[in-house]
Design a protein. Structure first.
Length: 347
């Protein structure tokens, strides 16, 4: 009696192998994402490299205003303020939890920022944060929104916009704390539902969203009123310029990988705008002043991680040569996410 070995058709094995391979790749991606999001430890407390009195730049004497940013120089990330032109530094918050992304109100009297639910949360973890408002004169804080992140202001200062659950942009009216969903992935934005909307920035007119897409895609783009997306290439931290006339973002192509790009609001054509020529040329966190003639940014000498690398804060008067950008912070800790307010344009 002859026995026969039943052969499994290749038409069954091949799809099964593909499914297993895809599942394996997805599992690796998720494990890496969790490691980046949850297991990064807080950086060690470091030290100033120059006394505060030595870091006042005489070329800043024409500037009248202040800069805010997040720094771990006190042991964890708190919000700091540096006055211009005298260079006096003030610690605005002193809380055991992580605080970052300060944004100054249009009148310069308040800031909004994000505070974590736990003593240390990596900025890669976009979920466990709340949005707070701080009055600069009185020092009083006010909780604006639970489970909110990456807050920004409306041009009239009456509303605050923020990210929630990673894929939603919410408007909050300060008068009554009433919330309204403006944008949500997979709903009124034509992207997959799990697409993260990083550093969302509402246009001055309130009719378009500049945003960095992550998770399901890697791109920067502008979302119109009908939910359509016009991509502006890769990179990150896409922002509107004054009057929505242009946008700006960080993208590859600079001396130390990164550079600042300016983008035409109509054609979305990008041109390199700024690339620091010195040792600190890995740029991030660009932010225009309310007068639109000064830009602050962070830069490292090679480190990448937003909240652990030795980023320093710089100020560039737009139109001046890139090598004339002025260093604002001098500390071996992490300084990130600056914003700047000027009481008058640069003279």
């Amino acid at each position: 009696m002859t026995s026969r070995v039943t052969q499994t058709p290749w038409r069954i094995l091949l799809p099964l192998a593909i499914v297993i391979a895809v599942a394996g790749l997805f599992l690796i991606y998720e494990i890496r994402a969790v490691k980046k999001r949850d297991t990064l430890s807080s950086p060690d407390r470091r030290e100033a490299v120059l006394p505060a009195a030595a870091v006042v730049d005489t070329d800043q004497q024409s500037l009248d205003g202040f800069i805010v940013w997040s720094s771990n120089r006190s042991g964890n990330h708190d919000i700091y303020l540096k006055r211009l032109p005298d260079g006096a530094v003030q610690q605005l918050t002193n809380h055991p939890h992580t605080e970052y992304y300060p944004r100054i109100s249009p009148n310069g009297k308040q800031i909004v920022f994000a505070r974590s639910h736990q003593p240390w949360v990596s900025q890669r973890n976009i979920y466990p944060w709340d949005v707070y408002l701080l009055d600069l004169k009185s020092g009083k804080e006010r909780l604006l929104a639970k489970n909110g992140n990456l807050p920004t202001w409306s041009v009239d200062g009456k509303r605050v916009f923020f990210q929630r659950h990673g894929n939603t942009v919410v408007e909050l009216k300060l008068r009554n704390n009433r919330e309204r969903i403006l944008y949500q992935s997979g709903q009124n934005i034509k992207v997959p539902p799990k697409t993260a909307l990083e550093t969302p920035n509402i246009s001055a007119k309130g009719d378009r969203l500049a945003v960095t897409f992550r998770n399901t895609m890697r791109a920067t783009g502008v979302v119109g009123s009908e939910g359509g997306v016009r991509k502006t290439g890769n990179g990150c931290q896409l922002n509107w310029g004054p009057g929505d006339r242009y946008l700006y973002k960080i993208d590859h192509g600079g001396k130390m990988e990164n550079a600042l790009y300016k983008i035409d609001a109509e054609t979305l054509a990008a041109t390199k705008w700024f690339d620091a020529p010195g040792d600190y040329s890995h740029e991030y966190f660009p932010r225009l002043s309310n007068t639109a003639d000064v830009l602050v940014y962070g830069a490292s000498s090679g480190g990448h991680e937003h909240d652990t690398a030795d980023y320093e804060i710089f100020l560039w008067v737009i139109g001046e040569p890139a090598n004339q950008a002025k260093r604002i912070t001098f500390h071996t800790g992490n300084d990130c996410w600056p914003d700047v307010y000027l009481s008058r344009p640069v003279s």
